[in-house]
Design a protein around this ligand. Sequence first.
Ligand code: 5GP
Length: 190
Amino acid sequence: MDLLKKRIVEDGTVLPGNVLKVDNFLNHQVDAKLMDQIGEEFARLFKEEKITKVVTVESSGIAPALTTAIHLGVPLIFARKHKSLTLTDDLYTASVYSYTKQVSNDISIDKRFLAPDDRILIIDDFLANGQAVQGLLEIAQLAKVSVAGIGIVIEKSFQKGHTMIEKSGIRLESLARIASLDNGKVTFVE
Ligand code: 5GP
């Protein structure tokens, strides 16, 4: 998506540890118009997939997942993060290691919101090592829902997540694919 790539080049900054900071349009201040265009694009890509719900993880996934859900005309569910402890019978839970925060959190979705006849689309802001997506796939498995695909706003293709999803056979659509952040410069996959 050219508009998104242009914005990454203009406003993104590369931090140590291969982290791309995009907090002026995605991760803190949100460009609502751009989010709407992102949602429209994901909805166009997945419109034939009979999706019943869009699923993401709080908090940075919510903005693009919400606009996607609006364009698909389905509800959005965001998995909630909490400290591992409370094992509750009415939640589907998975453990996720955070790439940027370097801590493990549990993520959960209330059992009331997923049923075996659901066909979900997973949306997230970034794909790095794929831990967040993996956690959502575990929850999908527990809930016995089918996964129509995964939509990522910014994929760091040089990290493990891309290959992991490719191996799973699940459809992956990333709107911007970054080949490298070396020397503080963003290089996109051709
Ligand atoms: P993963 O679970 O794929 O390793 O990482 C995905 C999550 O980590 C994303 O939801 C995002 O919140 C965060 N993340 C990973 N890499 C980056 C990055 O380069 N920049 C930002 N802003 N967040 C990232």
